[in-house]
Design a binder for this molecule. Structure first.
Ligand code: NOJ
Length: 772
């Protein structure tokens, strides 16, 4: 009955379309599943979100008012330049070209830059402060190199499928964790004067047929309205709220319309509902139409003119694109530039190809190495540690095995191997040695790498010990059986352009089992660009410790040694679920393969991805989302939960935010009001100093809602043995709401909300409730 009423209202609102996609009946109560309703005209922005935006718009508008038609269109297109993307300039008015560059984890293809941990590694720290510092450090390097626009951070892909090729560029498949990261990184980057670009908007979840090819059009991700909001748009909201000056639309189609010409997603969700004031830039060659993309809300095409340039001038002249739309495009680009005060002494780009003789500006002088080391260690996740194998107690004889222990190839080898083009790809793989980042445009170019073998060697030298190694064999000689521990370094590679075909590989699994056959304390370290299943050896009694070391960047060796030797007590947590078997991911394992001319992926699972799916299906994971061990133990106690005065106001009326309040960038401002505060104490009950990642999961009393969802986390500590501290979580209105497809707003349900605080999505230590 409830659904019928909702359906009736939606039909009245013109929101329901009956449609069958690929023979699959679409959920009828969900508006526009598999369709993109037209939203026109494109909203012109005026900077009303904040005084900063307003000042930026004033300056931008004054400039645009002086520009000719050709000058305006020239601003909206890419031109040839040394950067990965360069915008047209208007020298007459002193408007410079903007330099756009990858990658989200460090500047790619340049010298004297740092290789930072990848997004997924930063998420594994569960530490908003480190996320923010990461953003600041990136901003410093982008600024030093004269790059105006950093092409990150990433919340799409959101890791819908376990084998997604680019999941590691993004933060996590949990939208809350990803959202906190998106907000903190955006703030950090922009505090250093660089425009952050939240990407890839939206539903960009797989690499297979991510764009058009001879086989046909790009894959269309079809998601229902609620899923689109509660999962996929959710983390972008945090970046927008933090003031992101740019959003990059993806290669994919979304609900059957290309992301860069999807008026529902650009004009509707992004620019109207979420009040975006900055500019939308296309992914590289991701524009598929001229007039349609302009009217749908695209503001800047990259890397060249695409369908615009002179054609856009003509389209405005003949009225296919309005003069106001073009003014808005140019204004948005300039407004972001002014928002970050880039007209004042912003350095000119210092970006070169490797083969050019040049003087490179030094972005390493900031000494980001120590931050990279710290984040590298904080995002390292210990998942097995039998008999306190770790931390090491000054072992004097270690054996090191595995291709992943050392650097083998140079960035230049990778450049040649993966092809040049506009990308200096720096892919790491089994062949290449230790993996510090993934492959494709999201990879970075370290100025150096302290690899694990170097760092372990240094420590063994200090301890006057002995080291033996074999980086090549799948079945190393058992001659080193006298080693106290055997470290086995393996990796799980992933890259842009293709999805993974497996979450494990036989060579690495055989290597682990072969070493363990001769070594009673085998410690496995996995550098993983996403999920790695461990079913082939996790229960092997000789495998005494297992570490998911993620993608830690250039200080990889220092980070792992700090954790192995206990100088940094691990507190990293899995930002995804590790299943017992790959098949446990069910339909969310693989990319959708199709030879249709108009291929589709139907997101029929709705909001139930990763742990939400495992919880619903009652599947026992190998290691739950949020799981990670420490060298010490913690006790949780005294949960308190209180509603603030704002909660009464929020739940009054029909529980959706007051429509008379103006939208600002990031959405309705009331969504960010704190409605409740939850606290608990955490005490270190072990013998070593350590930090604990305390997680708050909430059950929202609404139909078809995940049993529990992460809605707070805090890295508490380091705490000394016996020391206790309070963890405090603030729950916002959005955190407690569900997207109402009929009202087209976030609705705060009334009822009892379950609160579960603990050490993972399956390990709750103190519980409570609040009733709204
Ligand atoms: C394509 C990728 O999808 C995007 O993330 C990147 O920023 C551009 N190439 C530019 O390299």
């Amino acid at each position: 009955m409830k659904i019928q009423v909702a359906l009736y209202a939606a039909v009245q609102a013109g929101l329901v379309f009956s449609q069958t996609t690929n023979g699959t009946e679409t959920p009828s109560e969900v508006p526009y599943y598999g369709l993109s309703p037209p939203v026109y005209p494109s909203p012109a922005s005026n900077g009303s979100s904040s005084t900063q935006w307003s000042a930026a718009y004033k300056r931008a508008k004054a400039l645009v008012a002086q520009m000719t038609l050709e000058e305006k269109t020239n601003l909206t297109r890419g031109v040839t330049g040394s950067c990965i993307g360069t915008t047209g300039s208007v020298e007459r008015l002193g408007i410079r070209s903007l330099c756009l560059s990858d990658a989200p984890d460090g500047i790619r293809g340049q010298e004297f830059v740092s290789s930072f941990p990848a997004g997924i590694h930063v998420a594994a720290t569960f530490d908003p402060d480190l996320m923010y510092k990461y953003g600041v450090a990136l901003g410093e390097e982008y600024h030093a190199k004269g790059i105006n626009v950093a092409l990150g951070p990433v919340a799409g892909p959101l890791g819908r499928i376990a084998r997604g090729g680019r999941n590691w560029e993004g933060l996590s498949n949990d939208p809350y964790l990803a959202g906190i990261g998106m907000g903190a990184i955006t703030t950090g980057i922009q505090e250093r004067g660089v425009i952050a670009t939240a990407k890839h908007w939206l539903l960009n979840e797989q690499e297979f047929r991510r764009t058009n090819t001879d086989a046909g059009e790009a894959m269309s991700s079809n998601a229902d309205d609620r899923t689109l909001h509660e999962l996929y748009a959710f983390p972008f909201m945090n970046a927008l709220r933090a003031g992101a000056g740019a959003v990059l639309c993806g290669y994919n189609r979304a609900n059957q319309s290309y992301a860069c010409q999807n008026s529902k997603l650009l004009n509707g969700v992004l620019k109207t509902e979420l009040g975006f004031e900055g500019f939308v830039v296309s992914d590289w060659a991701g524009q598929h139409s001229g007039v349609a993309s302009a009217n749908a809300g695209l503001d800047l095409v990259m890397p060249d003119g695409g369908y615009w340039g002179d054609n856009l001038t003509q389209a405005v002249t003949n009225g296919s694109v309005s003069a106001d739309r073009l003014d808005d495009m140019a204004t948005r680009i300039l407004a972001s530039f002014h928002l970050l005060d880039q007209e004042y002494s912003y350095p000119l780009p210092s970006i070169y190809t490797n083969a050019q003789k040049h003087f490179a500006v030094d972005a390493q002088s900031f000494d980001h190495a120590e931050l990279i080391h710290q984040i590298g260690a904080a995002g390292t996740v210990l998942v097995k540690n039998v008999n306190n194998t770790l931390p090491f107690k000054k072992p004097r004889y270690l054996a090191v095995y595995g291709y992943d222990a050392t650097v083998k190839a140079s960035p230049w080898d990778n450049y040649l191997r993966f092809g040049g083009g506009y990308e200096v790809n720096f892919g790491w793989s089994t062949l290449n040695g230790t993996m510090i980042t993934g492959g494709g445009s999201g990879s970075n170019t370290p100025s150096y790498v302290i690899d694990p073998f170097m760092a372990v060697s240094q420590r063994i030298a200090q301890d006057k010990g002995t080291l033996r190694w074999d980086f090549w064999s799948e079945n190393p000689s058992p001659a080193f059986v006298n080693a106290e521990h055997c470290l086995v370094f393996i990796n799980a590679y992933a890259s842009e352009s293709f999805d993974r075909t497996s979450l494990k590989d036989a060579f690495s699994d055989n290597l682990v089992n072969n070493v363990a056959a001769n070594c009673s304390s085998t410690i496995v370290v996995i550098h993983n660009a996403g999920i790695r299943v461990v079913d082939e050896w996790i229960d092997n009694p000789n495998v005494t410790a297992v570490i998911f070391a993620g993608l830690p960047g250039q200080e990889t060796g220092r980070s792992i040694v700090s954790v192995l030797y206990g100088e940094i007590n691990p507190s990293g947590r899995l930002p995804f679920t590790v299943a017992k078997a790959e098949s446990d991911y069910g339909t969310l394992l693989n990319s959708t393969v199709s030879s249709d001319y108009f291929p589709s992926i139907n997101f029929t699972e709705g909001v139930f991805t990763d742990y939400r799916a495992f919880d619903r299906e009652g599947i026992e994971p190998q290691f739950a989302f949020g799981y990670g061990l420490s060298y010490t133990t913690f006790e949780y106690a005294d949960l308190t939960a209180s509603l603030l005065g704002t909660a009464a106001g929020a739940s009054a009326g029909n529980s959706i935010p007051d429509s008379s309040v103006a939208i600002v960038q990031g959405g309705h401002p009331d969504l960010w009001d704190t409605l409740a505060v939850v606290t608990c104490t955490v005490s270190n009950t072990g013998a070593l100093d350590g930090a604990e990642v305390v997680q708050l999961y909430v059950s929202i009393p609404a139909e078809d809602t995940p049993v529990r969802q992460l809605r707070g986390f805090q890295r508490v500590g380091p705490l000394a043995p016996g020391e206790g501290r309070r963890a405090v979580f603030e729950l916002t209105r959005r955190d407690l709401s569900v997207w109402d497809v009929v009202a087209q707003q976030w609705r705060l349900p009334r009822g009892e909300f379950g609160l579960f605080v603990g050490a993972s999505s399956r390990d709750f230590r103190v519980n409570g409730t609040i009733t709204i």
